[in-house]
Design a protein around this ligand. Structure first.
Ligand code: C2E
Ligand code: MG
Ligand code: MG
Ligand code: MG
Length: 299
C-alpha cells in the first residue's frame, strides 16, 4: 500500500511527495510552536481582555462581553478563533479560563465603585472543557469570592455544544452557581443542537441570537423568521434575549420591530480594551442623561 501511494505520488509529478511532506511538516511545526507559545503566554500573562458593550433600548448600556485577545510578540494580534480551539484540545483552556474569570471579576469590582457602572453585567465565555472539570463550580466560586465581585453581575456564556455530552451534570453545576447569583446565557443560539426539551430544563437567564441569523435578517425571510421565533421563545420561557452581530441601524431597527430588546454588535461598539470601553460607556451615559434615562439602574 505504501509503495502504491509512493508510486502515485511520484507519478503525479516530480517532487510531489517531497512537497506534501514539507507542507505537513510545516503545519505540524506551526501547531507545536503555537502550543508552546500559548503555554508560555499563559505563564507570562500575555493575554488581554477586550470588552464589547451590550445595549438595550438601544440607548441604555447594560453590560459587556469579555473577549480574549492574544497580542503575540511576533505574529501580531491572534484571534480567539485561532487559539481557543488549540487551548481546548490541549487543556490549556483551564488555566486560561481561570485568568479570564479573574480578570473579569476584577473589572466588576472596579465598576462596583461608581453608581454609573455598578449595575453593568459582565459576560464571560466558558468552554465545554472547563465546565466538565470536576471542580468547575468550586473554581468559579473561589475566584468570585476572592475577588469580592458581586456574583449577580457575572454571567457565564455556554454554547449548545457544551451541553452535548452530560447535560444532567451541567445542569447541576449551573444550579449550584445560580444559587450564588451567577447568571447564564446560551451563546450562538440556534446553531447547535437546539433541543427544546433541554432548553426547558436548563436554568438559563438569556438567549443570544447567533450573528448568522442577524447578518441577512433584512433580506432573508428565513433568518427573520428564526430571529422572531427565538425572541418569542425567550419571552415565553421567561428569558432575556439579545441579538449578536448587529452591524447596521437597519438591522437594529428590524430586530427592534420583531421584539428583540437588547443588542450587541459593531454598530453600537466593537470589542475594545478597557480604557476605550469606558470612553464609549461615558458617551452612552451622556446620551442616557440627555434623553432622561436613569444612569444607574441597569436593566
Ligand atoms: P462569541 O462568544 O460568540 O463572541 C462574539 C464574537 O462576535 C466575537 O468574536 C466578537 O468580536 C464578534 N462580533 C461582535 N459584534 C460583531 C459584529 O457586529 N459583526 C461581526 N462580524 N462580529 C461581531 P471574537 O472576539 O473573535 O471571539 C470569537 C469567539 O471566541 C467567541 O465567540 C467565543 O466563542 C470565543 N472566545 C472569545 N473569548 C473567549 C474566552 O475568554 N474564553 C472562551 N472559552 N472562548 C472565548
Ligand atoms: Mg460569547
Ligand atoms: Mg456568540
Ligand atoms: Mg461563537
Amino acid at each position: 500500500r505504501a509503495e502504491l501511494a509512493m508510486y502515485h505520488a511520484k507519478a503525479s509529478g516530480r517532487n510531489r511527495l517531497c512537497f506534501f511532506d514539507e507542507e505537513m511538516a510545516r503545519a505540524v511545526r506551526h501547531r507545536a510552536e503555537l502550543e508552546r507559545d500559548l503555554e508560555q503566554a499563559i505563564e507570562a500573562g500575555q493575554f488581554v481582555l477586550y470588552y464589547q458593550l451590550q445595549v438595550r433600548g438601544p440607548h441604555q448600556a447594560v453590560g459587556a462581553e469579555a473577549l480574549i485577545r492574544w497580542p503575540h510578540p511576533e505574529r501580531g494580534m491572534i484571534s480567539p478563533a485561532e487559539f481557543i480551539p488549540l487551548a481546548e484540545e490541549t487543556g490549556l483552556i483551564v488555566p486560561l479560563g481561570r485568568w479570564v474569570l479573574e480578570t473579569a471579576c476584577r473589572q466588576l469590582v472596579s465598576w462596583a465603585s461608581t453608581p454609573e457602572t455598578a449595575q453593568l453585567t459582565l459576560s464571560v465565555n466558558v468552554s465545554a472543557r472547563q465546565i466538565y472539570q470536576p471542580d468547575f463550580v468550586d473554581q468559579v466560586l473561589e475566584v468570585v469570592e476572592k475577588s469580592g465581585a458581586d456574583p449577580r453581575r457575572l454571567k457565564l456564556e455556554l454554547t449548545e455544544s457544551t451541553l452535548a455530552s452530560d447535560i444532567a451534570g451541567v445542569i447541576e453545576k449551573m444550579r449550584l452557581l445560580k444559587q450564588k447569583g451567577i447568571g447564564f446565557a446560551l451563546d450562538d443560539f440556534g446553531t447547535g443542537y437546539s433541543s427544546l426539551t433541554y432548553l426547558k430544563r436548563l436554568p438559563l437567564d438569556e438567549l443570544k441570537i447567533d450573528q448568522s441569523f442577524v447578518r441577512d435578517v433584512l433580506t432573508d425571510s428565513n433568518d427573520a423568521a428564526i430571529a422572531r421565533t427565538i425572541v418569542a421563545l425567550a419571552h415565553s420561557l421567561g428569558l432575556e434575549v439579545i441579538a449578536e452581530g448587529v452591524e447596521t441601524p437597519e438591522q437594529w431597527k428590524f430586530l427592534a420591530e420583531l421584539g428583540c430588546p437588547a443588542y450587541q454588535g459593531y454598530y453600537f461598539a466593537r470589542p475594545v480594551p478597557i480604557e476605550r470601553f469606558e470612553e464609549t460607556l461615558r458617551g452612552f451615559l451622556l446620551v442616557q442623561r440627555e434623553i432622561g434615562l436613569p444612569t444607574d439602574s441597569g436593566r
